[in-house]
Design a protein around this ligand. Sequence first.
Ligand SMILES: C[S@@+](CC[C@H](N)C(=O)[O-])C[C@H]1O[C@@H](n2cnc3c(N)ncnc32)[C@H](O)[C@@H]1O
Length: 268
Amino acid sequence: MNSSVPPPNSRLWEYTFPSFLLGISLIKLPQTTLKILFSRPFDLLFFNRWSDEWFHQIWQLVSLKEQPEEKRLTASGAKGTVIELGPGFGPSLEFYDKSRVSHIYLVEPNYSLHDRLRESIEKYGWQAKTTIVACGIEDDAGLSRAGVPKAGVDTVVSIQVLCSVPTPETIIPALYRRLKSGGELRIYEHILSHEETTRKLQKIYDFVWPYPFGGCRLVRPTDKLLVDEEFMGFSGTSSGWRDVVLDKVKGESKYSCIPCFYGVLTKA
Ligand SMILES: C[S@@+](CC[C@H](N)C(=O)[O-])C[C@H]1O[C@@H](n2cnc3c(N)ncnc32)[C@H](O)[C@@H]1O
């Protein structure tokens, strides 16, 4: 028997896992609503503030899962000036190498996560070398105000964030332009499955998935977009990637509805 094909019960588990996470998100809904009602009731009028808090409550549970080795590798190879998109509670701060990193811009638009992010900065001793940037990576003005360099960046790190950014077709090429020649985009992302039935299920889950999970899409083919010359705007003026090393996460089922890949793309 081919050992890469899991037994049927495991296939069923992979197919139903997103519904388990959606169930958790529903359980967290009343708690979120009550928390906002008693602490800052005005925020109930703003869907984005309410949904940021909902994601915060869900992520506290979901992120308890042990961090895979591939996430550690994504952050530990960063060097120089780093932009990390969506650091969340800041688990990657444990993995960055202080002797190689000069500064990290932590671009996190969800204010509900900032207290825990500050705790991680203190816990891992990054106070002198980090700036929390309280806006989305698409907000050029916000990034400039916080001093995020427009070009010449050594490393951009994205760990499960490119699935959530609102307009990947402008944001991903813009991240590429911020990198210097030889700079690295280091990513750990989930993608549109390469397996047909799984892809169909992802499309069904994706009708509701973005609501609790902060705009995250299960159907984004990020692995393909990053090397698509037209999507990336690689033309006469831009020479593209010099090296692309992307791999699947070890031990993951091919039927996973949240299949992950990781790796490094080096700018020419
Ligand atoms: C699935 S969480 C991952 C958090 C963290 N990277 C981790 O691995 O634990 C996605 C993160 O991306 C952030 N995010 C969503 N949209 C973003 C945007 N437009 N720019 C930057 N970060 C964004 C969310 O607030 C959230 O913290």
